[in-house]
Design a protein around this ligand. Sequence first.
Ligand SMILES: [Zn+2]
Length: 134
Amino acid sequence: MSKIKKCIGREGFQRINYLYQLSNLFVTENPVNHVAASMYSNLLVNISRKTVQRMEIDMKRTICKSCRCLLLAGITCKVRVKKKKVIWTCLKCRHSKVYETKDKNYKCWTQKDESLVDVFDYSVNYTTDKNKKK
Ligand SMILES: [Zn+2]
């Protein structure tokens, strides 16, 4: 038996990661492709819901909740700071999201150290596979 722990839902995470990268690529190459980018973003949100896997907070905050377009500052969204609040406005649907900045030490639960339960390191597995081929 191998001692390496398997990550539950690894395929879902890989699909979410791939779709996020694809959506990012479509928007950065040509902002006219925002329809395709929002389709892939919508697909990744649906996958995370179906597989009951949470997205990374930084990933989640860059997807518009209204039209699922990828929010990239200066390309598909407008970022303004007003009265100690950061306001992200989607340029496609004009939906805005407000983030408070009063507490500078504020961290989301997933960004805190105590939220980390286990770390999966697949680099060992990768190097052993690489050595076997030689
Ligand atoms: Zn939007």
